[in-house]
Design a protein around this ligand. Structure first.
Ligand SMILES: Nc1ncnc2c1ncn2[C@@H]1O[C@H](COP(=O)(O)OP(=O)(O)OP(=O)(O)O)[C@@H](O)[C@H]1O
Length: 336
């Protein structure tokens, strides 16, 4: 049985100043209810424009947006219940009062009136995001990660059906980010909220999303589950967004013993084993500390590769090593 859809676009186009290289072109997408769909693409590819179209913030030049199969009106024509059900969280904290407390900021998301209702809902939202203990603190004094929790609590206070997150974890440090991501996944599961996420962070995209939609120059070029797009990307563009990899020309690939039939070879860092066959022909150029592993940049005849090394502190810049490439991908120019 296919999943119930909550938002759909049929052939939507939005260009700015009539320039086809801006905005989005002829996009048809189906957003399943209660899942996390991530929109990915290089900078300027149209991700934010698509979010704005999906939330009724801007009007398509052509095509339609449907929410529960009903045409979604434009917000500027008057807010409706449909708009209240779709909330957007961006990173700029535009709607927040820096001098007011967390409690006041989150509570401001509710309609005025019934105090008991406000206390109950605000307490619930703050607990949900694990920030109840901070409720008296001024918003402006919080860390980036705490601010983001408050922003999401405010967005969730009215129990929207769709939560749109535009680069939500940008200002959040790594530990805090993992916790916040986990909490959002939990809320999605428990509440059945639909999340549409825009992010540049591959780790975030792969761990959070149920479905990835890849856009390039305003068009959808590939889509599928994180596992599918990571392990068998159709496009070099997708691989470069999602994977820590080295991209080689046919001539460079030949240095690695690979005969390329299609022109471009991509080798994932984790597909290179160190200490493999042959003599030690590769030189370590950089050792990047990554915590429980290192990333090495190695070079031979002006070909550079990224390699994962779990045997920490074994190599230094200038060390020599041999490698075995266990797997590689080939892309033709027409698919890049
Ligand atoms: N209001 C606007 N007026 C003019 N051009 C715009 C406007 N909004 C977006 N664009 C253009 O449309 C294209 C897509 O922009 P958009 O912000 O959607 O990209 P993005 O993928 O979200 O980029 P980023 O990852 O850098 O945030 C860009 O070329 C951008 O300059």
């Amino acid at each position: 049985m296919s999943a119930e859809l909550i938002l759909e676009t049929i052939s939507i186009t939005k260009n700015f100043f009539g320039d086809k290289s801006t905005g989005v072109n002829n996009i048809t997408i189906f957003i399943p209810k209660g899942k996390i769909t991530a929109i990915v693409g290089e900078s300027g590819s149209g991700k934010t424009t698509l979010l704005k179209l999906l939330s009724g913030n801007i009007k398509p030049d052509s095509g339609d947006v449907f929410f529960h199969s009903q045409a979604l009106p434009l917000r500027s024509n008057g807010l409706t219940a449909q708009h209240a059900a779709i909330t957007m969280v961006s990173q700029d904290n535009r709607d927040m009062d820096m001098g007011a407390s967390i409690w006041e900021n989150v509570c401001a998301g509710l309609p005025t009136g019934d105090i008991n209702y406000q206390v109950q809902k605000t307490t619930q939202a703050l607990n949900l995001l694990g920030i109840y203990g901070l409720k008296e603190q001024a918003f402006g004094k919080l860390s980036g990660g705490e601010k983001q929790r408050v922003t999401i609590a405010k967005a969730l206070i009215n129990r929207p059906e769709v939560l749109m997150l535009d680069e939500p974890f940008n200002q959040v440090d790594a530990n805090y980010r993992d916790d916040l991501q986990h909490d959002i996944r939990q809320i999605v599961k428990e509440w059945g909220v639909t999340v549409i996420l825009v992010s540049h962070d591959p780790a975030e995209l792969l761990s959070m999303a149920d479905e990835l939609i890849v856009i390039k120059e305003g068009e959808i070029v590939e889509q599928g589950s994180p596992e599918k797009l990571y392990h068998s990307p159709k496009l070099l563009y997708t691989a470069k967004i999602l994977v820590n990899c080295s991209e080689l020309t046919a001539a460079q690939a030949a240095v690695c013993g690979i005969k390329s039939k299609r022109g471009t070879v991509v080798i994932y860092a984790e597909h290179i084993a160190i200490g493999g066959i042959g003599t030690k022909k590769w030189t370590v150029k950089q050792v990047l500390f990554k915590g429980f592993y290192e990333e090495l940049v190695i070079e031979r005849d002006e070909v550079s590769l990224r390699v994962i090394n779990y045997n920490r502190a074994k190599y230094k810049p200038g060390s020599k090593l041999g490698i075995k490439i266990e797997k590689y991908y080939e892309f033709g120019k027409w698919l890049s």
